[in-house]
Design a protein. Structure first.
Length: 58
């Protein structure tokens, strides 16, 4: 049973490490880029242009 306890502690430690990494990455990204850049969708613009061209072909 000792092995399972150590594996549980390791899983909790990894979970905390991933959570901390996500928090730090979020703060770094939020301070690096403006809100306009983060909420824009370049892919969406390209898809909209492709749909316009599909509608024009006979």
């Amino acid at each position: 049973m000792e092995l399972w306890n150590w594996l549980e502690y390791a899983a909790w430690a990894l979970s905390a490490a991933f959570g901390l990494h996500m928090l730090l990455d979020w703060l770094k990204t939020d301070s690096t880029y403006s809100e306009d850049v983060l909420t824009s969708s370049r892919e969406g613009e390209l898809e909209a242009m492709a749909e316009e061209h599909k509608g024009m072909t006979p």
